[in-house]
Design a protein around this ligand. Sequence first.
Ligand SMILES: [Ca+2]
Length: 145
Amino acid sequence: MGGALKRMTSCEMEITHERERRGRTGSDEWMEKENGVRLQPEQANMPSELETAMESLILVFHRYASRDGRTGTLNRRELRLLMENELSNFLRCQKDPAAVDKIMKDLDTNGDGQVDFEEFVSLVVGLSIACERCYQLRVKNEGRK
Ligand SMILES: [Ca+2]
């Protein structure tokens, strides 16, 4: 992870902790003042859609990564299980029976035989980019009708 991203992430954590402690953030107050929008306390504390998606990513990874003694990384079996359960539609489209092994090899950039969270995220990013392309094509085709 790059230095800037790391700094951003730790900054994000501080904001989250501060938010948990105070229940409200300065930006909530700013929004109220500027826009006359009064956020309900529950609403102000609710994670956004994107924050929820990020949390899911972390939780799913760790659920599978902690199956063997070594937590924090996916071994080949854990990655296979994760893909079979959580990416079943994608896996079904793969004609190659060795697809998971090939993906494992691609993801394991540091070659330690384990997939850590950073390596795992690159799979999710790659698939998301492919899905977004399909989404764009669909929107384009619907526009033609
Ligand atoms: Ca690795």
